[in-house]
Design a protein around this ligand. Structure first.
Ligand code: CP
Length: 310
């Protein structure tokens, strides 16, 4: 197995084997976070810059922890408090960051396409931590890792992705990845929250949640992406929760062994109730733990690590 990329921009760019290589490499990194001393010298002397021009809790913290646990130096910059507020363009900011010789830039940006442009123009590694509605590749990798950890294989797994598919980069990256590795994906949403061109995604589409629940191994709930919505896509949150929210009644429809996932942040009471989010079937916090391991693997691989090394 091999990894020959300096950057990770999109799951669409990866082959099935490359996805499975990353998932396999992540396993050895997971154990490090469970040690008393959570640090190895693997990336000593490397510098990782975190550029987060959009809000984040999980992705930013887990990239920072991942880099630190591998002994890389980290610095973080967000839009607020940076010269972005004085009108500096993101490309100028990136060139200034580059002049300080980072080995890797992790970038989150509210619009699609910037990570790809940076990867093309900068010699250091670039990792996309979410760009607009385009992709969130590391989220999909940690989601697939969490599913593989639970079920052993992704081949033939039945995954329901429920909610705001239209505005969700998590949905896109998961659909691209899961279909490549042989999972069967059903997206569940009202017509207004389905993207144009959904027919070309290689997934089943359902406007009703209840019938999908009895067959799904994984039920992945998505937040309505209010920050990307400037028009009304459903009458109100109560009605949305009634038709598309995961609650105790719906959890009882799920088959034995099926699990609940959510990339976070959750809107409790809208797409998911406390019962569902905090109950026995939820693996939501496992996803968060696995995010650190997967990001350790990606930092290691993108900065020249050998997948066959210890
Ligand atoms: N899942 C995810 O991207 O969460 P954050 O926005 O908190 O990083």
């Amino acid at each position: 197995m091999s990894w020959a990329h300096k950057d990770l921009i999109a799951i669409q760019d990866l082959s099935r084997d490359e996805i499975l290589t990353i998932l396999e490499a992540s396993t050895s990194f997971k154990e490090i976070s469970r040690r008393d001393i959570k640090k190895v010298p693997t990336l000593r002397g490397k510098t990782v810059v975190l550029l987060f021009y959009e809000a984040s809790t999980r992705t930013r913290l887990s990239f920072e922890l991942a880099a630190k646990r591998l002994s890389a130096d980290t610095v973080a910059l967000s839009a607020s408090g940076s010269s972005f507020q004085k009108g500096e363009t993101i490309m100028d900011a990136a060139l200034n960051v580059l002049a300080m010789a980072p080995d890797c830039i992790v970038i989150r940006y509210p619009h699609a396409g910037l990570p790809q442009k940076l990867a093309r123009e900068l010699p250091c590694s670039v990792i996309n931590a979410g760009d607009g509605t385009h992709e969130h590749p590391t989220q999909a990798l940690l989601d697939m890792y969490s599913m593989k950890e639970r079920f052993g294989s992704l081949e033939g797994l039945r995954v329901a992705i429920v909610g705001d598919i239209r505005h969700s980069r998590v949905a896109r990256s998961n659909v691209y990845g899961l279909t490549k590795v042989g999972a069967h994906v059903t997206v569940v949403a009202p017509d207004t929250l389905l993207p144009p061109g959904i027919r070309g995604w290689g997934v089943e589409v359902s406007r009703e949640l209840d019938p999908v629940l009895k067959d799904a191994d994984v039920v992945m709930m998505l937040r309505v992406q209010k920050e990307r919505i400037d028009e009304q896509f459903f009458p109100d949150e109560r009605e949305y929760a009634y038709f598309y929210g995961l609650n105790r009644r719906r959890v009882d429809l799920m088959k034995e062994g099926a699990v609940i996932m959510h990339p976070g942040p959750m809107n409790r009471g809208v797409e998911i109730t406390h019962d569902a989010a905090d109950g026995d079937r939820s693996i939501i916090l496992n996803q968060v733990e696995n995010g650190v391991a997967v990001r350790m693997a990606l930092l290691y691989l993108s900065m020249g690590g050998n997948v066959d090394a210890d």
